[in-house]
Design a binder for this molecule. Structure first.
Ligand code: KG4
Ligand code: ZN
Length: 337
């Protein structure tokens, strides 16, 4: 079964071709980072316009690289939400048109479902074949959530951020320190030269059993530190701030994922979402998982950030579960979990 996946929920226009739910034939991503970078964040109106320009060439490129034509496809899968409405509409409208003209069935996929299954794109042991159930942390620009993943289509939300998402905190702190956008990779690189214990930034545990997250207090603590140092005429040690901030985020993400594993009595912990590309988080998760007796699985870095391969994979499992095509489907901006 050959599926074309399409993703346009934020600032990446992406398309991928996946065979039989495991062989990735192509994975094309056109990022708009350079365009939004100068505004310090994604500008929704510009993102929608860029998706309109990019979607046809990106899909064409995905088909060419996979060496297939539209006539070879058995199904289409598109991100339905959550995300920026204008951006999502470009992907969904394009997919509906393709589906109607070429008579190929399509399914709408939740972006979170894509991230939750992304670990299975690495189609060899230990990630594949999948061992359900698992606990998955999705830490991205829009979400910090913990899920109990029962199988390829059944996900239960266990905890989520009460304010900023982890990636959003990285982006906002980078903006505060005038480091550029997106903040995650820049902070991570800068932190390499800093001391993670230099500044004691707060960790919001929210109680001994809570699986929710909160990062806005941490962001404020970084801002307060910066203002205090500046007021006292001291120059900022940017690498130390980055390393100490990153350590605070990584601590909370890691320990809450372990906590969720213990509470749910599962063996497998999975990391996903753009923040899962963070090397310190990957290292700490492996180390703590081992100490606590869990298997820790994470997708290769290029499957952590937004891509259409994960959408094609989630779509494949929707088709397997007998999902049907309806043309009155609409996009949604907020998470349905
Ligand atoms: O999953 P993703 O590509 O898009 C959303 O669904 O939001 O995640 C993007 C987020 C951004 O906030 C970015 O700063 C963060 O992931 N990110 C990272 C790293 N790479 C990307 N955060 C920390 N460390 C990284 N290496
Ligand atoms: Zn994402």
């Amino acid at each position: 079964m050959l599926i074309l996946g399409i993703e346009s929920s934020c600032d990446e226009t992406a398309a991928a071709v996946l065979a039989d739910g495991r062989d990735l034939l192509s994975n094309v991503i056109d990022s708009q980072i350079d365009i939004h970078g100068k505004y310090g964040g994604v500008v929704p109106e510009i993102a929608s316009r860029k998706h309109i320009e990019n979607i046809y060439p990106v899909v064409q490129e995905a088909l060419t690289r996979a060496n297939v034509t539209l006539d070879d496809l058995d199904g289409l899968a598109v991100t339905q939400g959550p995300g920026l409405v204008g951006s999502l509409l470009v992907g969904l409208s394009f997919t509906k048109a393709l589906s109607l003209v070429k008579k190929i069935p399509y399914v709408g996929v939740d972006h979170m479902a894509g991230h939750l299954l992304s670990v299975l794109l690495d189609n060899k042991p230990p990630a594949f074949p999948p061992t359900f159930p698992y606990i998955a942390l999705v830490a991205s620009g829009g979400h910090s959530s913990l899920f109990f993943v029962e199988d390829t289509v059944t996900f239960r939300l266990l905890g989520r951020s009460r304010d900023d998402a982890a990636g959003e905190a990285f982006d906002k702190v980078a903006k505060l320190l005038k480091l550029g956008y997106p903040g995650g990779p820049i902070i991570s690189r800068t932190a390499d030269n800093g001391d993670p214990e230099a500044i004691a930034f707060p960790r919001a545990w929210l109680g001994p059993e809570s699986l929710d997250f909160s990062f806005s207090g941490l962001k404020t603590a970084v801002a307060n530190h910066v203002h205090r140092e500046e007021k006292q005429g001291r120059s900022l040690n940017i690498p130390d701030i980055c390393a100490s901030f990153q350590e605070a985020v990584v601590d909370v993400l890691t320990e809450k994922t372990i906590r969720a594993g213990r509470q749910s009595k599962v063996k497998n912990l999975v990391l996903a979402g753009g923040v899962a590309a963070n090397l310190r988080l990957r290292e700490r998760m492996q180390q703590r998982g081992k100490e606590e007796g869990f298997n820790v699985l994470m997708p290769p870095v290029h499957f952590c950030t937004d891509n259409a391969a994960m959408i094609a994979l989630a779509g494949f499992h929707h088709f397997e579960a007998a999902a049907t095509t309806t043309y009155d489907m609409d996009v949604y901006s907020r998470s349905r979990f």
